[in-house]
Design a protein around this ligand. Structure first.
Ligand code: PGA
Length: 254
């Protein structure tokens, strides 16, 4: 009962100190619904800058991290570095990581395992492409991506799942609340049938407690309708998380 509403911001590769200061200002001014967990995914060079300036009630996430502790991995960042910057969260397997940088289900699973073992909270992302939806393969694709993640999760209490249909990301084309709810319900059912029993928790525990966020062109205009859906527990917001309307999206369930 009562999954706490959760809104993540994904700044992607945007921002400089000047524009970040403005975001920090509107997040400080809020007011932010105390019944919503808020986390912003910031570019790696600004992790410490943001953590030092944002209020305690706003978590800070990296947008990616590697599957190894340290070493010869030019350009990568480590879970320990994220923690050393004072941050607790990482977004993993975002569709841009999958589709622009070629990350596979297997690699994302390894990153999930490593980040959790190293104490981070994670926001793993899944979602189908337009041609997959049109071919009626939404569930097949999402379940496959989810399985690669679920098989590697050691602690579900540190996981918030994001369902982001690729065709809705950055396109201004949001899934309808019905489309999103349908997939969220299917994901929760998959979890109740494939995860809970295996790790011998009470049957419904993982599926009922896991927060599943919708992502893809969420704005102040559509966030409330999405928030009303039974299996949508918040959103992961790209473009609109850079703007003051992000506060309205945080407060969508009020
Ligand atoms: P968008 O991005 O809100 O700009 O569509 C969402 C995301 O990629 O997480």
């Amino acid at each position: 009962m009562g999954r706490k509403f959760f809104v993540g911001g994904n700044w992607k590769m945007n921002g400089d100190k000047e524009s970040i200061d403005k975001i920090i200002d509107f997040l400080k001014a809020g007011p932010l619904d105390p019944n919503c967990d808020v986390v912003v995914g910031v570019p790696a060079p600004y992790l410490m800058y943001c953590r030092e300036r944002l209020p305690e009630n706003v978590g800070v996430a990296a947008q990616n991290c590697h599957k190894a502790a340290k070493g010869a991995f030019t350009g990568e960042i480590a879970a320990a570095m994220i923690k050393d910057c004072g941050c607790k969260w990482v977004i993993l397997g975002h569709s841009e990581r999958r589709n622009v940088f070629g990350e596979t289900d297997e690699l994302i699973g390894e990153k999930v395992a490593f980040a959790l073992e190293n104490g981070l909270h994670i926001i793993p992302c899944i979602g189908e492409k337009l041609e997959e939806r049109e071919a009626g393969k939404t569930e097949e694709v999402c379940f496959k991506q989810l399985k690669a993640i679920a098989d590697k999760v050691s602690d579900w209490s540190r996981v918030v799942l994001a369902y982001e249909p690729v065709w809705a990301i950055g396109t201004g084309k949001t899934a309808t609340p019905e489309q999103a709810q349908e997939t969220h319900a299917a994901l929760r059912k998959w979890l109740s049938e494939n995860v809970s029993r295996k790790i011998k928790r009470s049957e419904t525990e993982v599926a009922e407690n896991l927060r599943i966020l919708y992502g893809g062109s969420v704005t102040a205009a559509n966030c409330k309708e999405l928030a009303k859906c039974a299996d949508i527990d918040g959103s992961l917001v790209g473009g609109a998380s850079l703007k003051p309307e992000f506060v309205e999206i945080i407060n969508a369930s009020q």
